[in-house]
Design a protein around this ligand. Structure first.
Ligand code: ANZ
Length: 843
């Protein structure tokens, strides 16, 4: 056989897999299922090696699981709606669809050239009516259940582009496109009531055992449950300000009230004093993220109004502050400067009174004027009338009960999570299937009229208001109820809607009656292994958990959680920086495939680090992996004729010599290590190093003096008429075939080729995963270090099953150990680590 030339063999196997539909699956109740999924791709144009890392991880898992007898669903598709396509269309004066489809075609080719084992018959693209019609179907179901609703809400607004911006499109308070300072504006928007599931989404994070802890923590913070109380501060001329506080125990120290600039009272009071609105407006246009994180200089102004502290019965001034958010809690805060740092900074800046009402347990309360920072810990109440002496926790219970009794407040739970605003004033998305009728109001488009398809609008002005609003044929509709003239909703859905349930559609991608057949998803779901970028830790991964529950409550799913196990892969860096087009440091997988082959690329990316870790790309590393594969290739090539024949016995029953026994042990030990590294752990890098060790051992075995299996020596042996020991051949065959099989998830093309070369007509996946015999894998002898007073002084070679007493005895009688114990009193001899270490302590 020729040298290792990946370019020829990879093409051959890719064609064969495709022709014979190797990776296409159907439900098969006789087999255990495994649903292996990588986050689908945004068709941005070209995938770089950082993107494809994720697909390789999933592919190794999918291929390994198939070999282990699972019916593996491994699909792929495209998150094909969204802004970049629309912007590209605006720029080039074309339509987003061809741009999108061309990119999909190119990227699909890239994945095929990498040999990723997808069932392409299930491919979906979210921009097709066959897909997005089910977004619309679900939307109307949610509307019927009150989970989709419309309300006015404040949004980021760019006054120059005339458009709504997502939070991520506001950069340092300015529009990302034109740099104009961003305003807020109130618009009618559609929302999904994700908050109805807040508690459930939060509680379940404590049961997602196979998710990374950091992702769960991010989700918990995002949901942000706070247990607190609502409390009313009465206004002198009627009405009250409702505040939300987690620290009602500090109520006697509340010396002012702060309103968010968005608070409705600001608008109300502005009628008499328009300057109020103007000043508040300045705060509203501040960077929302800075306001959210509180990383801004705290500023505010006095409204001139007062409100009554309901427990001290003192009037306190009402201010407007930039760090109070309109959309959290009630949009109003009781200011307790002695115990809240933000309030403290605010009070010191504007000369508002500070009053200490909680002291640390076991210490005196500091004087109000001595405070240099807020004392935010719980403690014991002081200056709090009848509540003095209570600890904070008890006081919170008593005070909120009292508030409830007086009808001025109650304990409440507040979430940071907000309902999900899904309206986008964009073209390239799913049309929201709603009709506005002058007689019947808001009427959903009936199922029979779905999909509401996107018209081919010619013009993408980028002016900001919904492009669909400029297409009369689209806008003008008939009311489904009364048949009278009506208008369609012209906003489209946030593309995160598309990605919130695509994994369910893969199970039944061509269903024309429903988004999926519940029975089919009962077989495939939930996703067993999901991998993708940690940047999706919150939005996508919470929305998917939400949608799964919505489908469940529609009676279509029998599980709550979509992804049983989650792996977040580390990024690929080049020159210490994240690979990205804008930095100009991307590596195109196709270039690397051309040079070294897909198998070397796959093996390299899996070898440099555990999948969760970042890796620093080097061409030298890739070349190293290529050399490793070439080394395997040469080895198998040279022994293939010897071990590829018929009638070679299994080595288990044969009388082996020491070298044969050692190789057999190494083989089984390697199978054990690789198996465990791949399943259930996903330590793909150490699996490869274990195989590298085995390859070294195989070379040594085949190159022994008395053995003549490699190269010229083999030739010479043949000429001398030497016949190989059949035991040697049996052991070698077992080892080499196990190696090729274990390597196949990483380097599938090469493995298939070698498998064929070894005389197997069926593909390698059908051969199954090699099994190991734990008895054979166990070492006959082990090396045990012996420490004397903490320093290693000797290494003993002992039988693997040596008894502890004997180990102690051997340690003490070892000459090197004796050199360090002579003349001293042995105080202790400890066998640690189940016999892996002996520790001697001498006086
Ligand atoms: C008085 C107080 C005293 C507070 C004290 C804290 C400490 P979490 O835990 O994040 O829910 N708050 C309430 N609504 C707010 C809003 N819309 N914008 C900004 N801050 C707001 O935080 C709850 C606390 O954040 C509440 O408890 C309130 O300040 C503030 F020693 O009330 B606290």
């Amino acid at each position: 056989m020729a040298d290792y030339r990946p370019q020829t063999i990879e093409k051959k196997w890719q064609d064969r897999w495709q022709r014979s539909g190797t990776f296409q699956v159907a439900e098969d109740p006789s087999k255990p299922k495994f649903y292996c999924l990588e986050m689908f791709a945004y068709p941005s144009g070209h995938a770089h090696v950082g993107h494809v890392k994720n697909y390789i991880i999933g592919d190794v898992v999918a291929r390994m699981k198939r070999m282990r007898g699972f019916n593996v669903l491994h699909p792929f598709g495209w998150d094909a709606f969204g802004l970049p396509a629309e912007n590209a269309a605006i720029k080039s004066g074309t339509h987003p669809e061809p741009w999108t489809l061309e990119n999909i075609a190119h990227m699909k080719g890239q994945l095929q050239r990498l040999g990723i084992s997808y069932d392409w018959s299930r491919e979906i693209a979210t921009c097709t009516p066959e897909y997005y019609r089910w977004n619309q179907w679900l939307f109307t179901r949610m509307f019927e259940k009150g989970l989709a609703y419309r309300r006015r809400s404040s949004v980021n607004w760019c006054p120059s582009c005339n458009t709504v911006l997502a939070n991520e499109q506001v950069v340092d308070g300015d529009c990302w496109r034109c740099g104009t300072p961003v305003d807020t504006r109130d618009l009618e928007q559609w929302f999904f009531r994700i908050t109805a599931y807040a508690d459930e989404l939060l509680d379940a994070t404590f049961h997602l055992q196979d998710w990374p802890e950091k992702v769960l923590t991010m989700q918990r913070n995002w949901i942000g449950r706070s247990d607190g109380a609502r409390l009313q501060f009465a206004l002198p001329d009627g009405g009250a300000i409702d505040v939300f506080t987690t620290r009602i125990d500090t109520i006697y120290g509340a010396t002012f009230v702060l309103l968010a600039p968005e608070h409705e009272l600001v608008a109300e009071w502005s009628r008499a004093d328009p300057s109020l609105r103007e000043r508040a407006q300045q705060f509203r246009s501040l960077d929302r993220t800075a306001r959210l994180t509180g990383e801004i200089e705290k500023e505010g102004f006095d409204t001139g109004k007062t409100a009554m502290n309901p427990f001290t019965n003192e009037p306190v001034p009402v201010w407007i502050a930039n760090f109070v958010l309109g959309e959290y809690g009630t949009g109003a805060v009781m200011g307790v400067p002695a115990h809240d740092q933000r309030d403290f900074e605010f009070a010191r800046k504007y000369g508002l009174p500070v009053r200490v009402v909680v002291r640390p347990p076991g210490a005196a309360a500091p004087a109000d004027e001595d405070l240099v920072a807020a004392a935010s810990d719980d403690g014991v109440l002081v200056n709090s009338g009848p509540y003095d002496g209570l600890d904070s926790e008890a006081a919170r219970g008593r005070l909120s009960e009292e508030a409830r009794r007086r009808g001025i407040g109650e304990p409440t739970v507040q979430y940071r999570l907000k309902d999900w605003g899904i309206s986008r004033q964009r073209y390239w998305g799913t049309p929201i299937p709603m009709i506005y009728c002058p007689t019947d109001g808001i009427v959903p488009v009936p199922d029979g009229q779905l999909p509401v398809t996107l018209p081919k609008v010619a013009e993408f002005s980028g002016r900001g208001d919904s492009p669909l609003a400029h297409v009369p044929e689209f806008v003008n509709a008939q009311c489904p109820k009364c048949g009278g003239p009506a208008k369609r909703e012209t906003d489209t859905m946030d593309t995160f809607v598309d990605s919130s349930w695509y994994f369910l559609r893969y199970c039944d991608p061509r269903n024309e009656r429903l988004p999926f057949d519940p029975a089919t998803v009962r077989y495939w779901g939930p996703v067993d292994f999901y991998s993708g970028g940690v940047e999706h830790a919150i939005l996508h991964l919470i929305y998917s958990r939400f949608f799964t529950r919505v489908f469940r409550d529609l009676g279509m799913l029998a599980f709550d959680e979509p992804f049983t196990r989650l792996l977040t892969q580390g990024m690929v860096l080049k020159d210490g920086q994240v690979m990205s087009k804008s930095k100009g440091n991307v590596v195109d997988p196709d270039d690397m495939i051309q040079k070294y082959g897909a198998d070397a690329l796959r093996t390299y990316i899996m070898f440099v680090a555990p999948p969760e870790k970042e890796i620093e790309w080097t061409d030298a590393g890739l070349e190293g992996s290529f050399r490793f594969l070439a080394r395997v290739w040469r080895l198998i090539d040279q022994v293939a004729d010897t071990i590829g024949g018929e009638g070679i016995p299994a080595p288990g029953a044969l009388q082996l010599d020491a070298a044969e026994r050692a190789l057999r042990r190494k083989t089984h030990d390697t199978i054990r290590r690789v198996t465990q590294d791949l399943d259930p752990r996903v330590h793909l890098n150490t699996a490869i190093s274990a195989m590298m060790e085995l390859v070294n051992e195989l070379y040594a075995f085949c190159d022994r003096e008395e053995c003549s299996l490699l190269g010229r020596k083999a030739q010479a042996a043949l000429e001398r008429g030497l016949v190989e020991r059949r035991e040697t051949i049996a052991v070698l065959k077992e080892s080499a075939e196990a190696l090729v099989r274990m390597l196949s998830p990483f380097a599938p093309h090469m493995a298939e080729e070698l498998w064929e070369r070894l005389g197997h007509a069926e593909g390698i996946e059908a051969a199954g995963w090699p099994a190991f015999d734990a008895g054979v894998a166990r070492a006959d002898e082990i090396v045990v270090p012996v420490q004397v007073n903490g320093k290693v002084r000797a290494r003993l070679t002992v039988p693997a099953d040596v008894a502890e007493d004997e180990l102690r005895e051997r340690a003490l009688s070892d000459v090197q150990v004796q050199a360090h114990t002579a003349g001293k009193k042995v105080k202790k001899v400890v066998v640690a680590g189940g016999g892996k270490l002996v520790s001697v302590v001498v006086a």
